[in-house]
Write a protein that binds this ligand. Structure first.
Ligand code: ZN
Ligand code: ZN
Length: 313
């Protein structure tokens, strides 16, 4: 073909188009959409015989796992969500109740023992570094044996703990900015919510909190707010069966949020989607999805999702 001006121009245009498509497909491969997967949605440390697993929430940002809280069963739930344990990279603890941190040490251990582990960065309130140290001494015999006997790296060097004791920016990289907000969870004062601002979505995780209007400000215009919730008739039924009913009821009322107040927070924050999680009580199958969300809808008219384990939003 003789290259006249017209052919030349279309050849140049063709090159530009295919070059642009190529660039687009490369950038699509490089930046994967942010995924939110609920791993465990049952509030409280008691291990249920069936149903909801203890609290943990997973974000996959550009395919890198960011785990928020790790109650009992988190390793298994991570696997059930299709994420190999040794891919664990970032861990965030909201506060030091055991339903949020019981599997902190075991997760790092499981990551180490499962193959070539990634470096793990863990963020949370004061006490986290001591917990890591205590866990490694708890398993010192096993760890030291395997390092020598199996030629494994030292797991103590694979974990970096970052403690913070006031709200603000927790970490930032090319994919996401993570910030924290102090919430109300007496008697614990170091209790935080986290906000993840990724390129495509902003997601807020409330942690455990009583009604906290400052959380609405923190979650302003977020795409998704994952908020804890407590259903009063269910709590009444639960505490009636227990010997420490009065004290437990007082603690729950002071430290958690009723559906109506969750609705107020979501409405004030003007979030697009509200996800209910950390259900209290979390193992009463008689409470329906409508009952969980009915109070919420009095104030919030956006999309409400009643969370389930392994649900992706
Ligand atoms: Zn909790
Ligand atoms: Zn708590």
């Amino acid at each position: 073909m003789k290259l006249n001006r017209r052919n030349f121009l279309s050849a140049v245009a063709g090159f530009t188009v295919s070059h642009t498509l190529l660039a687009r497909s490369i950038s699509a491969q490089q930046t994967k959409p942010t995924r939110l997967i609920l791993l465990g949605t049952k509030g409280g440390p008691r291990v249920g015989e069936a149903g909801r697993s203890n609290p943990s929430t997973l974000l996959l940002i550009n395919d890198v796992p960011y785990l928020i809280d790790c109650g009992y069963g988190t390793t298994k739930q991570l696997l059930n969500a299709g994420v190999a344990v040794n891919r664990l990279r970032y861990l965030f603890i909201t506060h030091h109740h055991s339903d949020h941190n019981l599997e902190f040490g075991p997760l790092v251990y499981n990551s180490w023992i499962t193959g070539i582990p990634a470096q793990v960065d863990a963020y949370g309130p004061p006490g986290l570094a001591q917990m890591a140290q205590d866990f490694f001494s708890y398993l010192k015999f096993d760890i030291d044996t395997r390092i020598v006997d199996e030629g494994r790296p030292d797991p103590r060097k694979l974990l970096t703990v970052h403690e913070f004791d006031k709200p603000g920016v927790v970490m930032e990289n090319a994919d996401v900015k993570v910030s924290s907000c102090r919430v109300r969870h007496p008697p614990i004062t170091q209790a935080y919510a986290y906000r993840f601002d990724a390129r495509d979505r902003s997601i807020v995780i409330s942690g455990d909190t009583a009604y906290a209007p400052e959380l609405a400000e923190f979650a302003k215009d977020a795409d998704v707010l994952v908020h804890e919730v407590m259903y009063l008739p269910g709590v009444e039924a639960l505490v009636r069966r227990l010997p420490n009913a009065k004290r437990l009821r007082e603690h729950l009322m002071a430290a958690h949020t009723l559906p109506e107040d969750v609705g107020k927070i979501a409405a004030d924050a003007r979030v697009k989607t509200l996800v209910l999680s950390h259900f209290v009580p979390g193992d009463d199958a008689s409470i329906t999805d409508d009952q969980w969300s009915e109070g919420v809808r009095k104030h919030f008219h956006g999309r409400v999702i009643v969370g389930k384990d392994l649900l992706e939003i």
